[in-house]
Design a binder for this molecule. Structure first.
Ligand code: BTN
Length: 268
């Protein structure tokens, strides 16, 4: 039986046929079990996909919004994703691995995006735990949210954006700005899904392979950083990433192994 890999949901504002055409057929380039659902408009693809997951949607569903009206970043930040210029999508996974290992999905996703972007030219870095950088500018952010038996992996990726809001204009970049090319968003999407299909299988027994590739791209290693953790603000020098994916930070109190941190800033 032939599987249907892409569904366009025109239930909301059916006026973007040109943009829809941009993605037509691309899901045939997705590896199993990934399928594409396109929505003209979503408040947040993470929220919409979470509802679909609660309703029983299967592992591998990718929800792409052509217009995202209330995209969320980490720490409740607003995520800027201008229609036609960036990719705003979420991927539903139902991992076989124990839930304790699910935080590794952020590293797997960051690496997948980095590898996909690199396939179009620019060398990328991973800013532990959740961002993809080119040079010292952010090209993509990741928001992983866990449900009872699933995880939603939200990805915002700047593809053609050239004008960013003032608050991020000094720290954001896009594939077009870095390459001078208008790479079709559909090709970028397919590249991300293909790399993700490989890397998401490495959060368990093959984690060392994943980790080594992340370590090679870690933009924080050997830099002095400040970051906020659940036990307060810390400063130190990053020595690398530990066996479980934690950040190794040398502080005045010794070597600390951080599971999670926010607002990570490079100081030098
Ligand atoms: C961050 O860097 O703070 C994470 C940004 C994640 C943004 C994406 S866009 C698609 C998905 N839906 C959302 O509401 N957020 C994520």
């Amino acid at each position: 039986m032939k599987s249907v890999k892409s569904v366009v949901n025109r239930s909301q504002t059916p006026n973007d046929f040109g943009i829809q055409d941009e993605f037509s057929g691309i899901a045939h380039h997705f590896p199993d079990p990934f399928r594409l659902l396109i929505r003209e408009t979503a408040d947040s693809t993470n929220d919409d996909l979470s509802s679909l997951a609660c309703g029983g949607a299967a592992d591998g569903l990718v929800l792409l919004a052509l217009r995202q009206t209330a995209g969320r970043g980490r720490r409740g930040a607003v995520w800027f994703s201008p229609p036609g210029e960036s990719l705003a999508l979420s991927i539903l996974v139902r991992p076989q691995e124990p839930k304790a290992l699910w935080p590794r999905l952020a590293l797997a996703t960051g690496l997948a995006i980095a590898e996909a972007v690199e396939s179009f030219g620019p060398p990328t870095g991973i800013k532990w735990p959740n961002d993809v950088w080119i040079g010292r500018r952010k090209i993509a952010g990741i928001l992983v949210e866990a449900g009872p038996d699933f995880a939603i992996i939200g990805i915002g990726l700047n593809v053609h954006t050239t004008d960013f809001p003032p608050e991020v204009s000094e720290i954001a970049t896009s594939l077009s700005l870095e390459t001078g090319l208008q790479i079709p968003r559909a090709e970028v999407l397919a590249a991300v899904v293909r790399r993700f299909a490989i890397r998401r299988n490495q959060i368990g027994s093959e984690f060392t392979d994943l980790l080594n590739a992340v370590r090679q791209r870690c933009v924080l290693t050997d830099h002095r950083v400040s970051l906020s953790t659940s036990s307060g603000l810390k400063q130190g020098t990053v020595e690398g990433i530990a066996q479980g994916g934690e950040l190794l930070l040398r502080t005045d109190h010794g070597l600390e192994c951080l599971i999670q941190a926010d607002e990570v800033r490079i100081l030098d």
